[in-house]
Write a protein that binds this ligand. Structure first.
Ligand code: F3S
Length: 64
């Protein structure tokens, strides 16, 4: 599974960080930072999907 994060769409709701802290961090301005290079580590697929489903700005997408 791959995950993609669109920084320009992020508005800092931080649901991604709360739901999947293994995948997301928060920068100094409150916006999300993707902690991995795009390939979701095994076992974190459900959290990746949750983060994508719960971002109100549709800034996160997963495929595969
Ligand atoms: Fe940004 Fe969406 Fe996360 S707006 S902080 S990517 S929940």
């Amino acid at each position: 599974m791959r995950i993609d994060f669109d920084r320009s769409a992020c508005q800092g709701h931080n649901r991604c960080y709360l739901l999947a802290p293994e995948l997301f961090d928060v920068d100094d301005e409150g916006y999300a930072v993707l902690r991995i290079d795009g390939e979701v580590p095994e076992g974190l697929e459900r959290k990746a999907q949750l983060a994508a489903d719960n971002c109100p700005e549709y800034a996160i997408s997963v495929e595969g």
